[in-house]
Design a protein around this ligand. Structure first.
Ligand SMILES: [Zn+2]
Length: 218
């Protein structure tokens, strides 16, 4: 499926375009499309006053673009909570269907959904849900690969990407679990984890997408 305007705004936001310029190459990589298509779409977004765009430097969101991006993110994360909590979805299934639902959710439905779910602060993958005013409070976390050996921490967030989510869920990784890294294989080899008292191994690449902190999620 070709990404639409809203997908662009969301990706620019996620790449930091709420406070700095994001270059076209990064956007093309994240959306897995040709750079030429990106340039064309950015021109449209600029004409609609959704982004500021500087040739050869990149783009960042205007307030109007930011509001749309945050509305998408808020809808996406609330739907994920609903799908997992009430319909028994897996991590990756919820992410996939939330990608569709976020584009067609009217604001009154988002409000009711939020209330029905009792105002969750995080999505099931540990990302903070923006509040109705569009503010996001995500405490800074660091990747599992940076955790000193044998130091106990909590798993707080994972990157939302289909294959990664399936892989992580299969290994038993869950948000809120206590984890220690007991060993890292040479040359970015696999990590051995003590996950809630059980020893498991995960790839170094996956570990870069698991974020931890010494404090549990509140
Ligand atoms: Zn999520």
């Amino acid at each position: 499926m070709t990404p639409n305007k809203e997908d662009y705004l969301k990706i620019i936001y996620k790449l930091g375009g709420f406070e700095k310029l994001v270059n076209n190459k990064k956007i093309a990589e994240a959306l897995q499309i040709a750079p030429a298509s990106v340039t064309e779409m950015l021109g449209k977004l600029k004409r609609e006053n959704l982004i500021h765009y500087e040739a050869y430097k990149g783009s960042c969101l205007t307030q109007k673009g930011m509001n749309i991006a945050i509305t998408m993110i808020r809808g996406h994360r609330l739907w994920e909570v609903f799908l997992i909590r009430h319909l028994g979805y897996s991590w990756s299934e919820a992410h996939e269907d939330a990608e569709l639902l976020e584009h067609i959710t009217p604001s009154r439905l988002t409000v009711r959904l939020d209330k029905f779910l009792n105002y969750p602060a995080y999505c099931p993958h540990g990302s903070a849900i923006p509040n109705p005013d569009g503010e996001i409070y995500q405490t800074p976390l660091y990747p599992l690969t940076m955790l000193p050996l044998n130091k106990t921490s909590y798993i707080r967030r994972v990157t939302e990407e289909k294959e990664l989510l399936d892989y992580l869920q299969e290994t038993g990784i869950a948000i809120g679990s206590l984890v220690q890294v007991t060993e890292i294989g040479a040359y970015e080899g696999p990590l051995t984890l003590n996950l809630e008292g059980k020893l498991i191994q995960i790839s170094y690449k996956a570990a870069c997408h698991i974020y931890v902190d010494e404090t549990p999620q509140t």
